[in-house]
Design a protein around this ligand. Structure first.
Ligand code: SF4
Length: 229
């Protein structure tokens, strides 16, 4: 068992030069640990995933999955969501945090999709990030999960866990994204995103990483530098 002082050490690693063999082994172990790692937001098409991802900002996936079935049954297309109007959409997503600003962004996004993309969710990062309420992370989630485009969405878990493992080091999600893309095989980007999220939620949690239960200690820079020294 780790001592409280060891557990308290949660600062990211300071050096960065991941060995490809270690990255490969860590990914293999994560696959064994989380064989069902995939996008947790329920969706049946790119548009549903886009809306669900916008809703998921500062809200749990579980909550979003409680909201979207009724929303998409009532309004399955950009045109139908626009027809709900501000009041109707706010009512449909009211149990979601920041629902008023999200409703505003979703309506503006639907309007832009209809006006500029013939009613279809665009398939490029450049076009996606121009949609209201869509940042780089949301765009990469949609690209990778809805269209199968290799991309690495960096959320809070990916940001933290990848730095602890020593796969990346940076102050912004975009810095981390670029380093992960440099250090991970392209074929693994989409899967790595899901595996890191699952690991961040289950063991490599923010306040107290559960290193005593983690099978990645020998591949983890944080453990070797901060815990086992
Ligand atoms: S050993 Fe595992 S839980 Fe601990 S910091 Fe490394 S990846 Fe996270």
């Amino acid at each position: 068992m780790l001592s409280p002082s060891q557990r308290a050490k949660v600062n990211p690693v300071t050096a960065l030069q991941p060995k490809p063999a270690q990255v490969k082994t860590a990914l293999q172990k994560l696959r064994v640990l989380y064989p069902d790692a995939r996008c947790a937001l329920h969706h049946h098409n790119p548009f549903q995933l886009l809306i669900a991802t916008i809703l998921s900002a500062q809200c749990t996936d579980k909550r979003v999955n409680m909201i979207t079935p009724a929303l998409f049954k009532q309004a399955p297309t950009p045109k139908r969501i626009l027809a709900l109007g501000t009041r109707g959409l706010e009512k449909a997503i009211a149990s979601c945090g920041l629902y008023q600003s999200k409703a505003k962004n979703i309506l503006a996004t639907c309007e832009k999709i209809l006006r500029e993309h013939e009613g279809q969710v665009p398939k490029t990062l450049e076009a996606l990030v121009k949609l209201p309420g869509v940042g780089r992370k949301t765009a990469n989630v949609v690209l990778s999960n809805a269209f199968g485009v290799p991309a690495l969405a960096v959320d809070t878990h990916v940001f933290r866990v990848s730095q602890r493992l020593g796969w990346a080091k940076g102050k912004t999600p975009e810095q981390i994204e670029r380093q992960l893309m440099a250090h991970l095989p392209k074929k693994d980007w989409i899967e790595a995103h899901h595996l890191l999220i699952h690991h961040g939620r289950n063991l490599c949690i923010a306040r107290r990483p559960r290193c005593e239960r983690c099978p990645l200690t020998r591949q983890c820079r944080y453990f070797s530098k901060e815990i086992s020294k």
